[in-house]
Design a protein around this ligand. Structure first.
Ligand code: EPU
Length: 431
């Protein structure tokens, strides 16, 4: 297995380019099943999660061609309605197949994805939405079975305990595009990735009003057609690079991202006193002296502060003088990186849904274990600020969602290497 060796770093300098968004590309890939015509997708990141989704699409019957890196031509002439456990278990986002299968096949059998380290990931809202579309939904033997022969639009309130659902909204919008009548979806997710999906669906001939707002009105059409679409930039990758610049006190220009996609995140960093220059399609982090200010932040659905940038901000706050409070409202267990940061010397205590971070701590390199995608990124960021070497294991989590992460960061001066665990000092290896 691969590991990262990350060494304490001086300031990073230079330009770093953002790729296509994983969380937009996943439902967009699923949406290609909505038509028998060819869909051409560009700016698709090269990630293990994309490979899982493409594998499932091929299993269902899609033909996939990659004419050049980042571009996929997908044609789904004849498809089946079954997504089996062997494939679905590899990735939670495969639940996004439900909407397109229901819409096109009028039936679906999709295995229920397994648990997840960041907390419960229920799909009750997806099911509620489908029922409101007059589908019959049964759960048996670990599968969701949907009979959508009577599918019909209607009013749906899709909010749950934590507000809107991103993949739930994607599923119901996709299902409604080909459902007779009008679907009025309230408490729809407003994440830029959902907007990107809706814009692609409109290119395919879908009728969707209110895109980007919490109320979407979808008027069903008989057929969707092929289109060309370029996936939106990854705001979470961009935010991670912004923090890499800040934590090393570097001068880093994160290119290919519209700052307006990161409103709440940039607002917090401004409040912390991080000097930045914002352009139309870039964010430049400028060097600073002294300490940033601590922050009090709560993760919320968009346009609130994103949970996917919670762990990375925590890493930065270990280097900020004073008490920061980071409250996680979306995923209760999303603090798995905290014990690892503590092993590096961070002063963090967990109080209910909040991490109380007392900075600035002198961090030192240690062998640590990545537990999920964003936790992996947080550990690497902390390692930049630590003295000595940090060995990060289980980096397959990172490979799910960051494309060429170590190459991009090494190009602006980061000391990060991907090695085989055989090259890791034996006494540091996990049992
Ligand atoms: N929820 C329910 N019932 C449901 C669905 C969700 O109660 O049926 C709850 C969840 O438990 C959670 C909240 O609603 O508390 C929001 O979950 P949501 O459904 O929005 O999450 P998701 O669609 O499963 C996507 C991203 C996540 C990201 C979240 C929140 C994809 C493929 N995944 O997940 O990305 O954290 O939205 O923004 O789009 C990541 O990239 O690291 C990642 C985990």
């Amino acid at each position: 297995m691969d590991v990262f060796k990350v060494s304490g770093n001086g300031p990073l300098h230079g330009q770093i380019e953002v790729g296509g968004a994983k969380n937009a590309a996943l439902p967009i890939l699923a949406a290609t099943l909505l038509t028998e015509e060819t869909v051409v997708l560009r700016n698709v990141p090269d990630l293990s999660d994309m490979r899982f989704m493409l594998e499932i699409l091929r299993h269902v019957g899609a033909e996939t061609v990659q004419p050049e890196p980042g571009t996929w031509e997908i044609t789904s002439k004849k498809i089946t309605h079954v997504a089996p456990y062997e494939l679905v278990r590899k990735m939670r986002a495969s639940v996004c197949l439900l909407g397109p299968l229901v819409a096109r096949m009028r039936k679906a059998e999709v295995s229920i994805p397994g648990g997840c380290v960041i907390g419960p990931r229920p799909i009750d809202l997806h099911i509620k939405g489908l029922k409101k579309l007059h589908c019959q939904v049964d759960i048996s033997n670990g599968y969701v079975h949907v009979d959508a022969s009577a599918i019909k639009g209607g009013p749906i309130f899709l909010g749950g305990r934590s507000g809107s659902t991103v993949t739930g909204t994607a599923n119901i919008v996709m299902a409604a595009t080909l459902a007779p009548g009008t679907t009025r979806l309230e408490c729809a997710a407003c994440e830029p990735e959902v907007v990107d999906l809706c814009q692609m669906l409109v290119k395919m001939g879908a009728k969707i009003e209110g895109i980007g707002s919490p109320e979407l009105v979808i008027t069903g059409v008989d057929k969707l057609h092929g289109c060309e679409h370029s996936v939106i930039a990854d705001r979470i990758e961009a935010g991670t690079f912004v923090i890499a610049g800040a934590i090393t006190r570097g001068d880093v220009t994160v290119k290919g991202i519209a700052p307006k996609l990161l409103g709440a995140f940039l607002d917090k960093l401004e409040e912390a006193g991080l000097p930045m220059e914002l352009g139309e399609d870039y964010i430049r982090v400028l060097p600073f002296t002294g300490s940033l200010k601590p922050v009090d932040v709560i993760t919320l659905p968009h346009p609130g502060y994103p949970t996917d940038l919670q762990a990375q901000l925590g890493a930065l706050m270990t280097q900020t003088e004073g008490l920061s409070i980071i409250t996680e409202r979306i995923y209760p267990n999303r603090f798995m990186h905290v014990p690892e940061l503590q092993r590096m010397g961070a002063d963090i205590s967990i109080e209910g849904p909040s991490a109380i971070i007392k900075g600035a701590s002198k961090l030192s390199g240690a062998p640590v274990m990545a537990s999920d995608l964003r936790a992996s990124a947080a550990l690497i960021l902390a390692a930049f600020a630590a003295e000595g070497d940090t060995w990060i294991q289980r980096i397959y989590h990172l490979d799910r969602g960051y494309e060429r992460f170590e190459h991009k960061l090494a190009a602006i001066g980061a000391k990060i290497e991907r090695l085989s665990d055989k090259e890791m000092p034996k006494e540091l290896l996990e049992e």
